[in-house]
Ligand binder design. Structure first.
Ligand SMILES: Nc1ncnc2c1ncn2[C@@H]1O[C@H](COP(=O)(O)OP(=O)(O)O)[C@@H](O)[C@H]1O
Ligand SMILES: O=C(CO)[C@@H](O)[C@H](O)COP(=O)(O)O
Length: 480
């Protein structure tokens, strides 16, 4: 018996097959593009997601031909929206979390008044489904009218698998259209924004069965028709489940296209300052607090490609160039940063560039800038300062020199979780829960992956980075 998990990330789709003891039998990954056709836009073509999903599922199955898949579960990048027609086709490209075109739509929220801050329990940001849909209604009304469903990315993917629309609490709570205090779509906010309530599907638990695989999808994916499909969860929620983060008190950093620092919460306690996020967990009973960094892997990839460097060259520069990059500072704000970091309207920049600087300094400075951004987020997350160690996961945490730089800059021991794709693993566990193999999320603790120390701060380097961080802050927190 085996379970298939699919994580529809921002840069790639990952597939994992777990056996009934939660052991990884096989993994695969297929990349796709995030496009920025206009300044401040971030989009992907859902047709690319589907092609990549077909490829990744066939590939992972070829690696483990003997595995008998019992159920399939999903996880996916959060916040964005796929405007979808009656037939499940996107009416335009998906608008993603890194998009800030809807900045001008936030005033609709300011006008709502009442206790929306308590109900939405999150900062108002333009890359969330609510503001993005307001933008669509105003600027592309024909597309807005052509839409039957406003779906989160993994919910769009599930529609392709099952032909049915559904949402789950962990993803819905990241849309700015969800009442976290009552656990339901926020009817008042949806009506107040003038959005059509019928666009939002029923919310069902992440670990419930949300349908079965259609014949059409089964033929493409080379899987059996009728396979049970679990609802699935938002990627950060799925990553918490996948790494066995099932109780409060632990802080976890996931480095992917974005970076997220999370702590599980058993009580309803949003950040009163609204600088950080508060969402439903995948387990159906808890919440989690999160400080998210937009400008993480997305920006490293941009720098790497622009300077025509390999990943090895980029990460190696963490060790080969001294802390501080000989005075070079990189501000990573290529997209609008989240609410914990105000005054970032200048965009990204290399500062204090001099003749003696070489390409390796630029690569190193980019790593430093992103790591400093993660440190700012860590400092903003209520309760995270007390933790002397951080659990680490995500596809952007693979290189030892980069991990050492993170340990030095965050001044914390890093504990590497032994899984190559935490979110996909969480998705596969949800498949196991939906099919009754595990009774609930808590039961999956018995199969949690191992964790080992992988980066202890080196005092001298940590001190040097502390000085560079102070220089970075002078520029990062002021408009140039
Ligand atoms: N070949 C590679 N080697 C090392 N790091 C990589 C490589 N490819 C991508 N990355 C890093 O991993 C990030 C993507 O992490 P991942 O967890 O796979 O992403 P997501 O879930 O956001 O799609 C990239 O933005 C980049 O920082
Ligand atoms: O934006 C958030 C959380 O607020 C992320 O959870 C996104 O969903 C992106 O995740 P990755 O694709 O980087 O894994």
């Amino acid at each position: 018996m085996a379970f298939l998990g699919i994580d529809l990330g921002t840069s790639s789709v990952k597939a994992i097959i777990l056996d009934e003891q939660g052991q990884t039998l096989g993994t695969s990954k297929v990349d796709y593009a995030v496009r920025s056709p206009q300044s401040r836009w971030a989009e992907s073509d859902p047709a690319d997601w589907w092609r990549a999903t077909v490829e990744v599922v066939r590939e992972v199955r070829t690696k483990v031909p003997q595995a008998r898949i019992q159920a399939l579960g999903l996880s996916g990048q959060m916040h964005g929206v796929v405007p979808t027609d009656q037939q499940g086709q996107p009416v335009r490209a998906a608008m993603l979390w890194a998009d800030s075109r809807a900045e001008g739509e936030l005033y609709h929220y300011f006008e709502l008044g009442g206790d929306i801050n308590r109900r939405l329990a999150n900062p108002l940001l333009p890359g969330m489904a609510g503001p993005l849909l307001c933008w669509l209604a105003r600027h592309e009304n024909a597309n807005y009218q052509a839409m039957r469903w406003a779906l989160q990315p993994k919910d769009w993917l599930r529609w392709q698998l099952t032909g049915q629309a559904a949402a789950d609490p962990s993803d819905a709570s990241g849309t700015l259209l969800y009442d976290l205090s009552q656990n339901r779509w926020d009817e008042e906010v949806i009506a107040g924004l003038g959005l059509n309530r019928a666009l939002f599907p029923s919310i069902i638990p992440a670990g419930a069965q949300a349908g079965t695989l259609t014949q059409k999808a089964a033929t493409e994916l080379e899987l059996p028709a009728g396979l049970p499909i679990a609802t699935g969860a938002a990627d950060t929620a799925a990553a918490a489940l996948g790494t066995g983060l099932l109780s409060p008190g632990v802080t976890q950093l996931t480095l992917g296209t974005g970076a997220q620092i999370i702590q599980l919460r058993s009580d309803f306690r949003p950040d009163d300052s609204l600088r950080t996020h508060f969402y439903r967990a995948a387990d159906g009973s808890n919440w989690y607090s999160m400080a998210a960094v937009q400008n993480a892997g997305l920006v490293l990839d941009w720098v790497r490609q622009t300077l025509n460097a390999s990943w090895e060259e980029m990460y190696a520069s963490a060790a080969t160039v001294a802390p501080g990059a000989e005075g070079l500072i990189f501000l990573p704000d290529l997209t609008r940063e989240r609410a914990h970091q105000p005054a970032n309207h200048h965009g990204g920049a290399f500062l204090r560039l001099r003749l003696h600087h070489q390409r390796a300094h630029m690569l190193h400075a980019a790593l430093e800038g992103v790591a400093f951004g993660v440190r700012l987020a860590l400092e903003a997350l209520p309760g995270a300062q007390e933790s002397s160690s951080l659990r680490l996961a995500g596809g952007g945490s693979v290189h030892p020199a980069w991990r050492q730089m993170l340990a030095d800059i965050l001044n914390r021991e890093l504990l590497l979780v032994d899984t190559s794709s935490a979110s996909a693993r969480g998705a596969a566990l949800l498949a196991g829960i939906a099919s009754g193999h595990w009774s609930d999320a808590r039961a999956t603790a018995a199969v949690a992956p191992g964790i080992h120390s992988n980066g202890v701060p080196q005092p001298e380097r940590a001190r040097a980075y502390q000085e560079s961080y102070q220089q970075f802050l002078k520029h990062a927190l002021t408009n140039l």
